[in-house]
Design a protein around this ligand. Structure first.
Ligand code: KIV
Ligand code: ZN
Length: 514
C-alpha cells in the first residue's frame, strides 16, 4: 500500500494573510466546509491571538467542521498558546496547536533580538506548554531555509523531545532551490536522532516561483506533510498551490508512490469558491484551475485531442472537477435536486439555509433559463442577502446611452430607514456607486472592481467583486445578477455592510461630486 502524504491546508491562515484576502467568519466557515469535503487532512483555521474575529473563526470551525484535524497557529509565547488551545477546544482529539519561532540568524538577531540559546529554550517551553493543552503539537522553525543546519538540527531534536509530533520546515521567504531544499530535509531526517518520532512537513513560499518544486523535492526526500493553499494564496507571492501538488502526485503516480485523501473532482469548485470569496481572480493560464488549463487553441492540438485525448492532455478536465456535461437546473427543479447538486460541489445545505438558498435559486431561475454550477456558487457568494444587512438595496435605476450623461437613482434601506439619492457618473456603474456612496459613511476607498461573466451567453450572470479600504481595514463584497449594474451595486453594498461603524450619512443632499 502507498504511503500517505498529509495535506495541511493553510488557506484560512497564510492564505488569508494575502493583501486583500481577508474573509469574515461565515466566509471562513464556508471555505472550511469545502476543504473538509475536498479531503484535506488538516485545516489551519487561523491565528487566534491575532484578533477576536480570528479566535471566533477558529472556534466555530473547530465546533462545526467535522473530518479534518483543526490547527491553530501560535507564536512560541504563553498567551498565544493558551488562546490557540481555547480556540481548538471544540475539535477535541482533532485539535492541533501549531507553534513557531524563527531560527535563522537574521530573524533571531534583527526581529526577535534573541540569542540562539534563548530561542532554543523558548521553543522547548512552547512545545511543552502546547503539549499540555492540546492533543497534538506541530512545531515550525520559521525561516528554516536560511537557518544554520547545526542549530536547526538541535532545535528540531529538542522540539521532538518536548512532544512535537509534526516538525515543519518552512522556506518562509521562498529563497531555496529544489536541490538545496530537498537536501536540507534529507539531512534533517538523517541527522536528528529522534527524527523517527515525528512527521516532517514543509511550507514553501513562492517568491521565486519555486514553492511547488521545493515542496516536491522535500517530499522526495521524506517529508510526509505538505502545507499549501488553494490557488496558491498566501503572503506576498503566496504558498505552494494545493491543486498543483495533489495533481502532480496523482498524474505522476509512477514517480511518487504516495496517496492523499483529496477528492480531486472537488478541486475546481473549491478553487472557484475561494476565488469568489476572496475576490482574488484566477489567472486564466493557472495550472489545473485556470479557465484555459484545458483549452486547446491551436489547430494541431485540437486535431490531436479529437483523435485521442491523451495526445495533449495528461489528465482529464473532469478529474479535477471541470464539468463538461453541465447539470441543467431550471425553474422546475426542486429542493432535493438543488441540495444534491450543492452536495456534489462540496457544500452541505440543510434546514433554513437550504430554504434561503432555494428561494434565491428560484428567483434567479425566473430570469435565467439554465442554472449552471457557477451560478450556484454565485448564489452563495452573493452575500447581499446573507451578511448582517444594515444596508439593503431597495431599487436601482440607471440610464446611459451614446451622447447622454449616465445617471443612476438608488433607494437604500439603512437600518430600517429609506434613503434616496441620484448621481451622474462616467458610466452607469460609476453613477450607481456615487449615488450609493453618497448615502453612507464611512464608504471606503475603492481598491478593486472586477466583473466576471460566470457562464457563457448574454443571459449570463455577471459576478462583481468590490474591494474597499477604510483606514487599515480591507473588505470584499460580491454581487451576482443578470443585470451587471445591479450586480455591481449589490457587491458594493455587501462590502459596505462589512465596514465597522458604517451608518447613514446625516445630511444627504444630492451627491455633488459628479
Ligand atoms: O512562512 C512561514 O514561515 C509561516 C510559519 C508561521 C509556518 O507561515
Ligand atoms: Zn508562511
Amino acid at each position: 500500500m502507498s504511503e500517505r502524504l498529509h495535506v495541511f491546508d493553510t488557506t484560512l491562515r497564510d492564505g488569508e494573510q494575502s493583501p486583500g484576502c481577508s474573509m469574515n467568519i461565515d466566509e471562513k466557515l464556508r471555505v472550511a466546509q469545502a476543504l473538509a469535503a475536498l479531503g484535506v487532512d488538516i485545516i489551519e483555521a487561523g491565528f487566534p491571538i491575532a484578533s477576536p474575529g480570528d479566535f471566533e473563526a477558529v472556534h466555530r470551525i473547530a465546533s462545526e467542521v467535522s473530518g479534518p484535524k483543526i490547527a491553530a497557529l501560535a507564536r512560541a509565547a504563553r498567551r498565544d498558546i493558551e488562546r490557540a488551545a481555547e480556540a481548538i477546544e471544540p475539535a477535541g482529539e482533532r485539535g492541533r496547536i501549531h507553534t513557531f519561532i524563527a531560527t535563522s540568524p537574521i530573524h533571531m538577531e534583527a526581529k526577535l533580538r534573541m540569542m540562539p540559546e534563548q530561542v532554543l529554550e523558548r521553543a522547548v517551553d512552547a512545545v511543552k506548554l502546547a503539549r499540555n493543552l492540546a492533543p497534538e503539537v506541530e512545531f515550525s522553525a520559521e525561516d528554516a531555509g536560511r537557518s544554520e543546519m547545526d542549530f536547526l538540527c538541535r532545535v528540531v531534536e529538542a522540539a521532538i523531545d518536548s512532544g512535537a509530533r509534526v516538525i515543519n520546515i518552512p522556506d518562509t521567504v521562498g529563497y531555496m532551490t529544489p536541490d538545496e531544499f530537498g537536501a536540507r530535509i534529507r539531512e534533517l531526517i538523517e541527522r536528528v536522532p529522534n527524527a523517527d518520532r515525528a512527521i516532517f512537513s514543509v511550507h514553501c513560499h513562492n517568491d521565486l516561483g519555486l514553492a511547488v518544486a521545493n515542496s516536491l523535492a522535500a517530499i522526495e526526500q521524506g517529508a510526509r506533510q505538505v502545507e499549501c493553499t488553494i490557488n496558491g494564496l498566501g503572503e506576498r507571492a503566496g504558498n505552494a498551490a494545493l491543486e498543483e501538488i495533489v495533481m502532480i502526485l496523482h498524474t505522476r503516480r509512477d514517480r511518487y508512490d504516495l496517496e492523499t485523501g483529496i477528492d480531486t473532482r472537488r478541486i475546481v469548485p473549491t478553487s472557484k469558491l475561494v476565488s469568489q470569496i476572496t475576490g482574488m481572480p484566477i489567472q486564466p493560464n493557472k495550472a489545473i484551475v485556470g479557465s484555459n488549463a484545458f483549452a486547446h487553441e491551436s489547430g494541431i492540438h485540437q486535431d490531436g485531442v479529437l483523435k485521442h485525448q491523451k495526445t495533449y492532455e495528461i489528465m482529464t478536465p473532469e478529474s479535477v472537477g471541470w464539468t463538461t456535461n453541465r447539470m441543467v437546473l431550471g425553474k422546475h427543479s426542486g429542493r432535493a435536486a438543488l441540495r444534491s447538486r450543492y452536495r456534489e460541489l462540496g457544500i452541505e445545505l440543510d434546514g433554513e439555509r437550504l430554504d434561503e438558498v432555494f428561494a434565491r435559486f428560484k428567483k434567479l431561475a425566473d430570469k435565467k433559463k439554465e442554472i449552471f454550477d457557477e451560478d450556484l456558487m454565485a448564489i452563495l457568494s452573493d452575500e447581499s442577502e446573507t451578511v448582517a444587512e444594515r444596508v439593503k438595496l431597495v431599487s436601482l435605476h440607471a440610464a446611459s446611452g451614446t451622447g447622454d450623461t449616465p445617471v443612476a437613482a438608488v433607494e437604500l434601506e439603512i437600518d430600517g430607514v429609506l434613503h434616496k439619492a441620484t448621481a451622474e457618473g462616467d458610466g452607469p456603474v460609476d453613477a450607481a456607486f456615487k449615488a450609493i456612496k453618497s448615502l453612507v459613511e464611512p464608504n471606503g476607498e475603492l481598491l478593486l472592481y472586477s466583473v466576471n461573466a460566470i457562464t457563457s451567453g448574454t443571459d449570463a450572470q455577471g459576478e462583481v467583486t468590490v474591494r474597499l479600504k477604510d483606514g487599515e481595514r480591507i473588505v470584499n463584497g460580491q454581487g451576482a445578477d443578470t443585470d451587471i449594474i445591479v450586480a455591481s451595486a449589490k457587491a458594493l453594498i455587501a462590502a459596505l455592510n462589512k465596514l465597522p461603524n458604517m451608518h447613514a450619512r446625516q445630511v444627504h443632499a444630492q451627491y455633488s461630486g459628479v
